[in-house]
Design a protein around this ligand. Structure first.
Ligand SMILES: [Zn+2]
Length: 99
């Protein structure tokens, strides 16, 4: 089961204010960690429930929020800018699901 995840920082558990959405603040750095942890938690759930391939598309601001060095190493990642298909970058007919 091949799954595509489009991840945005708004809606991540613990991200509750604008100062967490970008910039040089420690609040943003903390939000990046929370986003990475939540994506990893989702991937763990998916691996345990039949996923055979996962591709994560980071789609917030500069699109490099997820801390790659802390991302589940089995998980594929699209990071950075520009993206022709935005939040759906990398998604095609070969996926079984999208989150
Ligand atoms: Zn966003």
């Amino acid at each position: 089961m091949k799954i595509n995840i489009s991840a945005d920082i708004e809606g991540i558990w613990g991200v509750v204010s604008k100062k967490q959405l970008g910039g040089e603040s420690s609040d943003y750095q903390r939000a990046r960690k929370l986003m990475t942890k939540e994506v990893n938690l989702l991937c763990k759930f998916l691996w345990e429930n039949g996923a055979t391939e996962i591709l994560v598309n980071d789609f917030h601001g500069p699109m490099d929020n997820i801390l790659i060095e802390e991302l589940d190493p089995k998980t594929g990642m699209i990071s950075g800018y520009p993206k022709t298909h935005g939040m759906m970058e990398g998604l095609d007919e070969n996926f079984d699901g999208a989150l």
